[in-house]
Design a protein around this ligand. Structure first.
Ligand code: AMP
Ligand code: MG
Length: 413
C-alpha cells in the first residue's frame, strides 16, 4: 500500500503525451494545439468600414462641430466592392460595413448623420452630413490592428474552443496539428451486474459505473469506448481486457480487492500489464490498481482497476485516471488535476484514523472564501450523496473530528 502523493507521482511518470496529428479544424475542437498557428493575413486585412455611412476626409470636417458639411458622393461601396478611386476634398464614398475604405478617405460618418433627406443618396448625388461627435479616424478598423501576417496567433498547448477555431480559420489554417483524442475503454466486471435498462432481480445490481465513467471520460474531451459488462469468470474478463488494451487507456471497475472472485490483478498480469501500484492509503478507493502495457510499435496502454463501489470508482477516476488522460491529451500541468482550495467548514466532519478521506460537500461563496457543508453520505456505494456535490472535503488521516469554522482542504469537482 502506498500514499496518495506517491501514487499520483507514479502516474505522472508513466503517462506521456500521445503523438500529435494533423486534423481538420472541427476534429481539433476541444483538443490541445500541438503546433503554433501563424497567420497568412493581416487582421483586419485592410482598413475596414465598421459602420454603414459615408467614407469622408477628416479635413472636410472640424471635430465637435454641429455645422452641416455637403459632399459629392463619388462611389458606392458595399462589402466585397473595391475601387481604385481616390476620395478628393469635397467628396465622399457611400460605404457599407465591411467594405475597404477608399484611398483619400480616413473616417466614416454614419448614415444616421445624413440630414435633409439625403441618407439614401448614391454615387452622382450630394449628401449633407451633420456629425457633432466627429473624431479623426472614426469607425474604421485599421489594417493589422488585431494581428499581422506572419504573427503566431495560437500557441502550443492552448485548448481549441470556438473562438480559437474561428481565429485559426481567419488566419488561413483549414487544418491544425493538435493532440489526438484519447481513447478510453471502459469495462465493468461483476457477475451480479445487469445493464441499466434491466430491472435487477434479487442479488443483481445495475451497472452504474459504465455510464458514469463514460460520462467522466466524455467531460474530459476524451473518447469513451464502452465495453459493457464482463462476468466474474477468467475467460470473460480476459477477453474483454484484451479488447480494452487496444485503447490508449483501459478503465476497468470491480474485481480488484481481496475477495474470492477478485480476478482482475491476475488477469492483468497474464495479459502482460506491468503493475505500477495496487492499493493506496485512501478512503474511499483503497483497492485501486494501476499499471501499463508496453505495445510494439504503439504507445503504451495505461490500465486502471477501479474499485467496484460507484462512489469509490468515481473518486479514483478523478484522482488517478483524470491526470493520466490529461497528460496523454497534452494538457498543461495546471489542468492535470481537479483544483484544490481552502474552505471553512459549516458543520462537523470526521477524519478516518488510518488514511485520508474524501467526503462529498456543498460549496458556497462566503465573502472571498469558500464555505464547505458536508453532505449526508452513507459511504462508497452511495451515489446520491455524491450527485450534486460541488466538492470533496479532503481530510488527512488521524481520526480527528473537525468542527464548524475550521479550515479544511476541498477538491472542486
Ligand atoms: P467489487 O469491487 O467487485 O468487490 O465490488 C464492490 C461493490 O461494488 C459490490 O457491491 C458490487 O456489486 C459493486 N459494483 C461493482 N461494479 C459495479 C458497477 N459497474 N456498477 C455498480 N456497482 C458495482
Ligand atoms: Mg465484483
Amino acid at each position: 500500500m502506498i500514499d496518495l502523493p506517491e501514487a499520483i507521482a507514479r502516474i505522472e511518470r508513466a503517462a506521456a503525451p500521445l503523438p500529435r496529428r494533423r486534423m481538420s479544424l472541427l476534429d481539433a475542437c476541444g483538443r490541445a494545439l500541438a503546433a503554433p498557428v501563424v497567420s497568412d493575413v493581416d487582421s483586419p486585412p485592410w482598413d475596414r468600414a465598421m459602420m454603414d455611412g459615408f467614407a469622408v476626409r477628416g479635413d472636410d470636417f472640424s471635430a465637435g462641430s454641429a455645422e452641416v458639411v455637403e459632399l459629392d458622393v463619388a462611389v458606392d461601396l458595399a462589402a466585397g466592392d473595391v475601387t481604385s478611386l481616390t476620395i478628393a476634398r469635397g467628396a465622399c464614398g457611400r460605404i457599407m460595413t465591411g467594405a475597404p475604405v477608399p484611398a483619400g478617405a480616413d473616417a466614416i460618418v454614419p448614415v444616421e448623420a445624413a440630414v435633409d433627406d439625403t441618407a439614401r443618396v448614391h454615387a452622382g448625388g450630394r449628401v449633407r452630413l451633420r456629425d457633432d461627435q466627429f473624431r479623426a479616424g472614426q469607425h474604421i478598423a485599421r489594417q493589422g490592428a488585431a494581428f499581422r501576417r506572419g504573427q503566431e496567433v495560437l500557441a502550443v498547448g492552448m485548448t481549441l474552443g470556438s473562438a480559437e477555431i474561428g481565429l485559426a480559420a481567419e488566419a488561413g489554417a483549414t487544418h491544425v496539428t493538435a493532440m489526438p483524442r484519447v481513447r478510453v475503454a471502459i469495462l465493468s466486471t461483476g457477475s451480479e451486474l445487469v445493464p441499466p435498462a434491466a430491472v435487477p432481480a434479487f442479488g443483481q445490481t445495475r451497472n452504474s459505473n459504465g455510464p458514469m465513467i463514460a460520462a467522466a471520460v466524455h467531460l474530459l474531451g476524451a473518447e469513451p469506448i464502452p465495453l459493457g459488462i464482463a462476468a466474474d469468470r477468467p475467460e470473460a474478463i480476459r477477453a474483454a481486457v484484451a479488447q480494452g488494451l487496444a485503447a490508449d487507456v483501459l478503465v476497468l471497475s470491480g474485481g480488484v480487492s481481496a475477495g474470492d472472485l477478485d480476478l482482475v490483478p491476475e488477469i492483468f498480469r497474464q495479459c502482460g500489464v506491468e503493475k505500477i501500484f495496487h492499493k493506496v492509503r485512501l478512503k474511499p478507493g483503497k483497492p485501486v490498481w494501476f499499471g501499463m502495457l508496453q505495445r510494439e510499435g504503439a504507445t503504451p496502454t495505461l490500465v486502471f482497476g477501479l474499485p467496484g463501489n460507484p462512489a469509490s470508482s468515481l473518486v479514483c477516476f478523478e484522482l488517478f485516471a483524470r491526470p493520466a488522460i490529461a497528460i496523454l491529451a497534452g494538457r498543461p500541468r495546471e489542468a492535470w488535476h481537479l483544483p484544490r482550495r481552502p474552505a471553512r467548514l459549516t458543520g462537523p466532519a470526521k477524519a478516518a484514523a488510518d488514511r485520508p478521506v474524501y467526503l462529498p460537500c456543498r460549496l458556497d461563496a462566503s465573502g472571498d472564501a469558500l464555505a464547505a457543508t458536508p453532505l449526508p453520505w452513507s459511504g462508497s456505494s452511495d451515489l446520491l450523496g455524491l450527485a450534486g456535490a460541488a466538492g470533496l472535503l479532503a481530510l488527512p488521516a488521524g481520526g480527528r473530528r473537525y468542527e464548524a469554522g475550521e479550515e479544511v482542504e476541498v477538491v472542486l469537482r
